[in-house]
Design a protein around this ligand. Sequence first.
Ligand SMILES: NCc1[nH]cc(CCC(=O)O)c1CC(=O)O
Length: 309
Amino acid sequence: MTTIRIATRKSALALWQAEYVKAELLRHHPQLNVELVPMSTQGDKILDTPLAKIGGKGLFVKELEQAMLDGRADIAVHSMKDVPVDFPAGLMLHTICPRENPQDAFVSNQFASLDQLPHGAVVGTSSLRRHCQLKALRPDLTVRDLRGNVNTRLAKLDNGEYAAIILAAAGLIRLGFEQRIASLQPVDQSLPANGQGAVGIECRSDDIAVQQWLAPLEHAPTRACVLAERAMNRQLQGGCQVPIGAFAVIEGNSLWLRGLVGAIDGSEIIRHDVRGPVADAEQLGTALAEHLLAQGADRILQAVYQAAQ
Ligand SMILES: NCc1[nH]cc(CCC(=O)O)c1CC(=O)O
């Protein structure tokens, strides 16, 4: 019997995603044996420092990748949002699964939406992208860092430390917390991060057998969108902690990609969007990034990187 071992982080969301891939593999190939190999990553161990200050790309994926290279695991399941743009030699991003709701969610026990928050309210998020867009809409708000997995973040909200918190809707929905979403942030007010809501599967580049098992899990429209979004980030040389939004949708045969780069305090946001054939997804992402750079995105990003040091 063929066994496929899935390297996964131990957070509730990571385990959900690994279980999802396991269930999908078994649904398509009932003859397989699929096992989870849970492990801790560097990113899971550093909980007290804001992510933006730790730097280092791929904090949450290195250990999983080493396990595949060592043959202790065959595939790794990732939130595409957390996957660095480049892969180590010998590994590849093989499969992109159907996207869950890509929007940011407004979660509060008292308020229905962002515009209901009283003047000066404290909002929790650890994402520079969300921070930037929140302050642009509501300069009066105090944005405070909010780390931890989804359960921890909800507990901090319930403790009364924040009037509201912003999380990815996808994580909440997958973990059964959909009813905690007070409202969804419209994408033109909170443009999602590249890859948000999509699950990706990484494997060894030469492991043709595993790649054949994975093939039916692929979702072509999600792949096109995520490739466009990631190409934009790659061209901007943005890591995972940058005030960059990138979000694509497919309309008929055409792909519509929106992007932004902003100052963390929301004082300046550069936006642009492009449309083109779905087949040109990556070129669209690169072209959008070039436009943003020409409009001053590099100046904004340099200031962000300097402030983080
Ligand atoms: N950076 C952490 C992370 N990585 C993926 C998700 C949510 C699920 C997804 O985007 O697929 C989250 C939590 C969040 O942003 O609220």
